[in-house]
Design a protein. Structure first.
Ligand code: SAH
Length: 267
């Protein structure tokens, strides 16, 4: 997708905040949107108008707040929309079968090609009321912990904005070449722990010093490469022990060689 069609789509993706109670949340929501490339923010009857808290939390996304129209009702805010989705923390008590945010984002993008699409978020205390949900064509539920399902308003806006951005950017990226050498998740249960690997790297560093491997060069570059090499190998705990054994023997040999050289100097 080229940049101008992406901008047009982004413009059609509208975030609607209904009856927001904490002005700070309006700012946080604007920031969440802007980080994900969205800019169309609409307010419906906020309990308190945007204030200093709003701008403090917006952290540079003030342009979205200044451009945000304020409507008296949700019906007016979504009158020109092709598709309207109500975001709800409640999974069971709603009539509409809720969509997963990823599915909702994919469909919202398709709909946004022909006109504005609204994602509607409710009040911090009570969410969207039944009449407001009835105005929506679909519901979205972020699959949160059923025992503690309500996200902070701006956090919910962030999740949906992120999904919209992923949908806009396309498929999951392939691992970059720079990922080479990053430790991949271990296949077996006995993978070495972080501390065991760090212990190995420390031992390796002292051994390389003891055998004068660096010969006056700084050890950083060699150690970086060796770390990458060993991380790529996905060592298990027994392999770490084996390498410690080799390092310990190398150190012992280096000590012996040093003692021999010392005694031959005395002779
Ligand atoms: N106590 C309210 C929750 C309000 S949280 C209730 O029970 O409905 C404020 C808004 O954030 C919600 O109206 C909703 O739009 C959004 N939100 C919070 N958690 C969410 C979730 N798990 N899935 C989808 N939207 C959520």
């Amino acid at each position: 997708m080229d940049a101008s069609s992406r901008t047009a789509l982004e413009h059609n993706l509208r975030i609607v905040l209904v009856g927001t109670q904490h002005p700070g949340n309006i700012g946080s929501a604007a920031r969440a949107m802007k980080t994900m490339g969205l800019s169309s923010l609409v307010l419906v009857a906020p309990e308190k108008a945007p204030d200093r808290d709003t701008h403090a939390m917006a952290a540079g996304a003030d342009d979205l707040i200044e451009a945000a129209p304020v409507f008296a009702s949700l019906a007016e805010a979504v009158a020109d929309c092709r598709w309207v989705l109500g975001c709800t923390a409640r999974n069971r008590r709603i009539q509409l079968e809720p969509l997963h945010p990823r599915v909702a984002a994919g469909r919202a993008l398709v709909a946004a090609a022909s006109g504005p699409v609204a994602l509607v978020f409710g009040r911090e205390r009570s969410g969207l009321d039944n009449a407001e949900m009835a105005l929506c064509n679909g519901a979205v539920h972020i699959p949160s912990n059923p025992e503690f399902s309500s996200l902070n308003l701006a956090a919910a806006v962030q999740v949906l904005s992120y999904e919209l951005r992923c949908a806009l950017l396309g498929d999951t990226p392939e691992p970059a070449a720079s990922d080479e050498g990053v430790r991949t998740p271990p296949p077996s249960g006995d993978a070495a722990t972080h501390a065991q690997l760090e212990g190995l790297f420390e031992h390796l560093a002292t051994t390389l010093d003891a055998i004068d491997f660096h010969k006056g060069r700084t050890p950083d570059s060699a150690m970086r490469k060796l770390r990458r090499l060993y991380l790529r190998a996905n060592l298990d705990a027994a392999e770490v022990r084996l390498l410690h054994g080799i390092l310990a023997d190398s150190e012992r040999m280096a000590r012996l060689a040093g003692q021999r050289a010392g005694s031959s100097e005395i002779l």
